[in-house]
Design a protein around this ligand. Structure first.
Ligand code: PGA
Length: 240
């Protein structure tokens, strides 16, 4: 069985005051892995607060280790702060920063080279879903942006479900995750790749989402910002 992971993506939210929420998350009992990805500015303080009770990750990194890339941050730099994971290819990066599958692949490889785990995001837009292209889009993204490495994590995040309160039906989640599982078994033989669902996961829908066979956890945005919201999701995954 792949590892179960409850991952929080804080996006561009949080100053040092938010470390009290991280303390609450770290104090939550968990029978699963818990990962919190704060903004770059909080990674160092978050590692200190977490004290290895939860894992800390970044939300992006550059493809290069160092060099003339003003404003960018490398995988080696976040590794140096104590990060264990880096989210790459989030749909907000793909749309806001024009990240292609090739760039996401290069970032994921940079994360692996630095000795961390890439959490690689894929997912269709509403237009693509309505055109019946969901599986083709997701499979193309996985083929183009996931290195053939047994340690990677993949997050399926339908773009239209992110931050909207909308979620796919349980059957729709199952269909994509079953297809993903078949694809990664073929791509990475022997790899027990965790497949996370992301997009408007909250306490009220977590249990039914985690009951889906090939769902091994969640990548949670809004509901990971407050310990009181994230704790029931961690509990639901622990109980699944
Ligand atoms: P959300 O975000 O939980 O706020 O929908 C999920 C994500 O973007 O990872």
């Amino acid at each position: 069985m792949p590892r179960k992971i409850a991952a929080g993506n804080w996006k561009m939210n949080g100053t040092r005051a938010a470390l009290t929420q991280l303390e609450g998350i770290a104090a939550t009992h968990a029978d699963c892995d818990v990962l919190v990805c704060p903004p770059f500015t909080l990674i160092g303080p978050a590692v200190d607060t977490a004290q290895n009770r939860v894992m800390i990750g970044a939300q992006d990194c550059h493809t290069q280790t160092n060099g003339a890339h003003t404003g960018d941050v490398s995988a080696a730099m976040v590794k140096d702060l104590g990060a264990s994971h880096v989210i790459v290819g989030h749909s907000e990066r793909r749309s806001d920063h024009g990240e292609t599958n090739e760039m996401v692949m290069a970032k994921a490889q940079a994360v692996l080279t630095a000795g961390m785990v890439p959490v690689i995001c894929v997912g269709e837009t509403l237009t693509e879903r309505e055109a019946g292209e969901t599986l083709a889009v997701v499979e193309t993204q996985v083929a183009g942006s996931v290195p053939h490495d047994a340690t990677v994590v993949i997050a399926y995040e339908p773009v239209w479900a992110i931050g909207t309160g909308l979620t796919p039906t349980i059957d729709q989640i199952a269909q994509v995750h079953d297809a993903l599982r078949a694809q990664v078994i073929a791509m990475i033989p022997g790899g027990d790749i965790p497949l996370l669902y992301g997009g408007s996961v909250k306490a009220t829908n977590a249990t039914e989402i985690f009951a889906v066979g090939n769902v091994n956890g969640a990548l949670v945005g809004g509901a990971s910002l407050k310990a009181d919201d994230f704790a029931p999701i961690i509990a639901a995954l622990s109980a699944s």
